[in-house]
Design a protein around this ligand. Structure first.
Ligand code: GDP
Ligand code: MG
Length: 388
């Protein structure tokens, strides 16, 4: 029998972000190596992280590795992704729900385009705390590293992260992986910074249960399993739940986190939920599992939307009523019609009010954040103001 998950420490979701080749995956492997030496992790080598299985559903393919580890005070689920597109998809769809992020910047290269984009993206999706890993410190000279540190602090400040206060730790993922005690100690210093600088989030455990479905699997002989991060509330084995998408009700017959069974899952937990008698093809990424009656699917709403400027990777031309981009709400990806009402045009860089009519029903509520994408890139970020 598998050992049950024992909740002894607060659980947080974090992840590495940053420009390709700056050392995110090497650092992730190094963290598991250093922590494995004191029993806080299972060492996960580079190749196992970088070849994470693809999650393909609804035409969105995301490569993502979920790694579990523990420091002295906390339990973490850490995500690492191979490509820039994987970050965009994962962060804007809310699949990551990061409580904090480790921004990896190579001291040899400094800030690169994806470094800046990931910081902007983190701001848009509500990641409030960033710790910086100034990587490749083994190979960079000290003065250059000082300059890169200044540059990173400025970047953070420009995006409202208080760059002066943010911890910046000089690390070498490669050195720590190789067992160099000097660099292993810096990994410990980085983890200490994450432990102390990223606050334990206030979880909405008292709210009705809601889980946006990220992925669907079949366990032979047991049935259909949905995975994702619990957005709010708690759920126990035996609870009755609504599955919104197929709009049906069923019972939770099993709960697991990182392969360990649990009796109760709560907001913030990454879980696999076994659902009684649900056909595999009835549920997909983008659907929601929730306490029955607690959420109402809809398709029309008003919203406040910030259209990214061209410099931020947004459109170069204005949008008008009749514009039909993709809306990413939680893990759902739905086409929608935009009505700007009296204002004829909305320009990149502006914040505007709009009415949206989605192509299908999804669970909606005021305050829900979403991203607007077209042609594979994010062009806007918004919040639902009223469900119509
Ligand atoms: P990612 O794309 O951000 O995940 O970067 P990787 O972890 O795949 O690393 C990219 C390259 O940088 C690889 O060749 C690594 O060996 C190298 N690298 C990663 N970390 C370090 C480091 O701390 N020092 C040095 N010198 N090279 C590193
Ligand atoms: Mg990588």
């Amino acid at each position: 029998p598998k050992t049950a998950y024992v909740r002894t420490k607060p659980h947080l979701n974090i992840g590495t972000m940053g420009h390709v080749d700056h050392g995110k995956t090497t650092l992730t492997a190094a963290i598991t190596k250093v922590l494995s030496e004191r029993g806080g992790a299972v060492y996960t080598p580079f190749g196992r992280i970088d070849r994470a299985p693809e999650e393909a559903a609804r035409g969105i393919t995301i490569n993502i590795a979920h790694i579990e580890y523990e420091t002295g005070t906390r339990h973490y689920a850490h995500v690492d992704m191979p490509g820039h597109a994987d970050y965009i998809k994962n962060m804007v769809t809310g699949a990551a729900q990061l409580d904090g992020a480790i921004l990896v910047v190579s001291a040899l290269d400094g800030i690169m385009p994806q470094t800046a984009e990931h910081v902007l993206l983190a701001r848009q999706v509500g990641v409030d705390h960033i710790v910086v890993a100034l990587n490749k410190a083994d190979a960079a000279d000290g003065e250059l590293t000082d300059l890169v540190e200044l540059e990173v602090r400025e970047l953070l400040t420009r995006h409202g992260y208080g760059g002066d206060a943010a911890p910046v730790v000089r690390v070498s993922g490669l050195g720590a992986l190789g067992g160099d005690p000097r660099w292993s100690a810096q990994i410990e210093a980085l983890l200490d910074a994450v432990d102390t600088y990223v606050p334990t989030p206030v979880r909405y455990t008292d709210a009705p249960f809601l889980l946006p479905v990220e992925n669907v699997l079949t366990i032979t002989g047991r049935g259909t399993v949905v995975t994702g991060a619990v957005e709010r509330g708690t759920v126990r084995v035996g609870d009755r739940v609504a599955v919104l998408g197929p709009d049906t009700e069923t019972v939770v017959t099993g709960l697991e986190t990182f392969g360990k069974p649990m009796d109760l899952a709560q907001a913030g937990d990454n879980v696999a939920v076994l659902l009684r008698g649900l056909p595999r093809d009835a549920v997909r990424r983008g659907h929601v599992v929730a306490e029955p009656g607690s959420v109402v699917p809809g398709r029309r709403f008003t919203a406040r939307v910030y259209l990214l400027s061209a410099a931020e990777g947004g459109r170069t031309t204005p949008v008008a009523t009749g514009y039909r981009p993709q809306f990413y709400l939680r893990t759902a990806d739905v086409v929608g019609d935009v009505d700007l009402g009296a204002s004829a045009l909305a320009r990149p860089g502006e914040t505007v009010a709009m009415t949206v009519g989605l192509g299908r029903d999804v669970p909606l509520e005021s305050g829900l954040g979403f991203a607007i994408r077209e042609g594979g890139r994010t062009v806007g970020a918004g919040t639902v103001t009223e469900v119509l």
